[in-house]
Design a protein around this ligand. Sequence first.
Ligand SMILES: NC(=O)c1ccc[n+]([C@@H]2O[C@H](COP(=O)([O-])OP(=O)(O)OC[C@H]3O[C@@H](n4cnc5c(N)ncnc54)[C@H](OP(=O)(O)O)[C@@H]3O)[C@@H](O)[C@H]2O)c1
Length: 337
Amino acid sequence: MTRYAKDQPATFENAINRVAIVGAGGTVGSHIVDALLKGGRHAITALSRDGSSNTFPEGVKVAPVNYDDEATLVAALKDQQFLIITIAPTAPRDTHSKLVQAAAKAGVPYVMPNEYSGDIENVKLGQDMILGPVAQAQRDEIEKLGMKWITVCCGFWFDYSLGGGESRFGFDFDNRSLTFYDDGNTKTSTSTLAQVGRAVAKVLGLDELPADENDESLTLSSFFNKGVYVNSFVVSQKDMFQSVKRVTGTTDADWTITHEDTKKRYEEGLAQVKTGNMAGFSKLLFARGFFPDDASDFSAKAQNELLGLPDENLDESTKVGIDLVKKLQLRPQRMAS
Ligand SMILES: NC(=O)c1ccc[n+]([C@@H]2O[C@H](COP(=O)([O-])OP(=O)(O)OC[C@H]3O[C@@H](n4cnc5c(N)ncnc54)[C@H](OP(=O)(O)O)[C@@H]3O)[C@@H](O)[C@H]2O)c1
């Protein structure tokens, strides 16, 4: 049933003013925080593990938490209106559930689950990528506990995946080598980390509910239990390679190019994961995203215009990705998983 602001108690604010975020110092979380701070509308609380080495920008209140002590999570979430979860894929599996249960106990009405992947409505793709059913269970748990979710469907992170090694977009910048999936012409939806941050800030900057039955404006409630679809570039590896050559001032002659059959590469990654070798995971994930007959391209659903997101420049984003190479190499455990 549609709720309207006019029917709420006099104290109702019709805006999300207090936001809690997990992973505020992390890869995507830091960009979300940047964008929220730029908006200047939210009081931001970062839930961070006691003893974490993360640092946070000025203006963010830090709430130290211990995932083995639920009271610390509930206390940090008390009086928050929206919880954004961004957690490392290497975190223990039950971390998400602990957060969601604490959020329900603290009375937080809305949660952005840890997902940040492709089209949630492409169930087969999600199953093949293994992450789909996990994310579905996370969303189900939020609903079962009486809260609502808004998840971000952004596709592969463009800059992170470009700079993140051969097993992602195929680029090895140290060795100037590139693996094309099949012929390298399959296009996939990608978003820069900055665009993901902006999309989240836009959604959280909307009125929570429509004023009344006549109010047709976009509100936070338009996204309840739905995905926010966003992208930066819908590109093939060949498009990326053209951009990389422009940005690095290189030519074909400077690069060693190989081609791999996408489906074979997917099966190899899957076989590695089945034997517990998580190096196979990004291999299967990205190979699957570039399947020529069912690529991770949801451009028709992108809501960039609806949200007023800016167009971005491919070469500038390529440069950001290349600048990430060294930084990501400092996280070998993470990048191998
Ligand atoms: N679309 C894509 O291309 C793409 C790529 C990568 C990831 N993702 C998705 O985005 C999510 C977030 O990834 P990210 O790279 O932003 O995460 P991240 O930066 O690796 O980690 C985020 C935060 O998780 C917390 N954390 C780390 N280890 C933990 C542990 N053992 N237990 C509990 N918390 C822990 C840390 O916060 P504190 O130290 O402050 O506690 C960390 O800053 C992933 O889980 C995945 O679903 C999408």
